[in-house]
Design a protein around this ligand. Structure first.
Ligand SMILES: *Cc1c(COP(=O)(O)O)cnc(C)c1O
Length: 331
């Protein structure tokens, strides 16, 4: 099977901001975009994106998961990067229209259509290192994706990184390109030196998140995860899993988690840890690596509660359980 995010639908929705207004959305080939080499994004990283999924239900309908929350975050990222304000209603219509156009290509569960809204600064002005782009481009790419869990019941190995940070502290809640590039060298080093799958960034002992997913510790009937602040990405999956955990009667603690507490709790039998994200859904973590030492989380295997929460989320996404919180939008 092709790697996640490498297959694209042949067309995408696109709209330009000319400094005053957004153009009417068009559907164009997704092969290429034309942009001046001096475009603001290519020099000063004025860019942000979103990731959400559309699912095929048994009745044949196509349903998008938590679109409103993703669009709100897209608008917030644009604002925090001093990019042109997006028109949320227009973006929503672009998403709905392009997904409807490729409705017959939306895979059956456990597959889905991954939706990638993207916003980039296009003003050709390399003198604007300290000034915002006046113009921008927004497009909605579609990529059909398969089952992320076809790997079976493997668990992830995470390196706890206390010295470096994933990105600048004030950039954490912005879903923006430069943040991923800034995390790459530590991640590649961790893969090479300790065969870690991901780095769990814990600046000064504060357990934050990995390069592209949030971190949850599950200890008995309690879920513990960092409380929202501007230092990390506010995952829609994180929010959904916490809501489902509360629905199941679990205790949800959004608070600071230190590396010391994490290692102490993880050693207890029955303790679980997981990464949450739109692509990963909820992926079990089996091993934590800290200062050259390896620590199993619980027994190091796939946790029962992790599976239960993932199944509860998938059941709503796939139309097999009631959508009590109104998370789905029919295309
Ligand atoms: C996208 C992302 C997440 C997960 O967010 P979801 O809305 O759950 O997909 C977490 N951390 C980072 C850094 C991300 O980019």
């Amino acid at each position: 099977m092709a790697a996640f995010g490498t297959v694209f639908m042949p067309e995408m929705a696109i709209s330009q901001f000319d400094g005053n207004r957004w153009s009417d959305a068009e559907v164009v080939s997704s092969d290429s975009i034309q942009m001046h080499p001096g475009s603001h994004v290519l020099h000063y990283s004025s860019t942000c994106f979103e990731g959400l999924k559309a699912f095929r239900h048994a009745d044949g309908s196509i349903q998008i998961f938590r679109m409103d929350k993703n669009i709100a975050r897209f608008a917030q990222s644009s604002r925090l990067l001093a990019m042109p304000e997006i028109d949320e209603a227009a973006t929503e219509k672009m998403i709905l229209d392009i997904v409807a156009r490729f409705a017959s290509d939306v895979p059956e569960p456990p597959g889905s259509m991954y939706v990638r809204p993207t916003h980039v600064g296009t003003e050709p002005a390399i003198g604007k290192a300290a000034a915002p782009t006046a113009t921008s481009l927004q497009y909605i790419l579609l990529s059909p994706v398969g089952d992320y869990f076809s790997g079976g019941d493997t668990t992830l190995r995470l390196l706890l990184e206390e010295d470096g940070a994933r990105c600048a502290a004030h950039m954490g809640m912005i879903k923006s390109g430069g943040n991923y590039a800034s995390a790459l060298n530590p991640i590649m080093r961790a893969k090479q030196e300790v065969q870690a799958d991901q780095v769990l960034f814990c600046p000064d002992g504060d357990v934050q998140e990995t390069g592209a997913a949030n971190f949850l510790l599950i200890d008995g009937d309690e879920v513990i995860t960092k409380a929202l602040d501007e230092s990390f990405l506010h995952g829609v999956t994180r929010d959904s899993i916490l809501t489902l955990a509360r629905d199941m009667g679990m205790k949800v603690s959004e608070r600071q988690l230190t590396v010391d507490e994490l290692l102490e709790r993880a050693a207890k039998p029955g303790c679980e840890a997981a990464l949450s994200g739109t692509a990963a859904v909820l992926t079990p973590v089996g091993t934590l690596i800290h200062k050259g030492q390896e620590f199993k989380v619980g027994n190091g295997g796939v946790g029962e509660t992790t599976v239960k929460l993932r199944q509860a989320l998938n059941a709503i996404q796939w139309g097999q359980a009631e959508d009590k919180h109104g998370w789905l939008t029919k295309v």
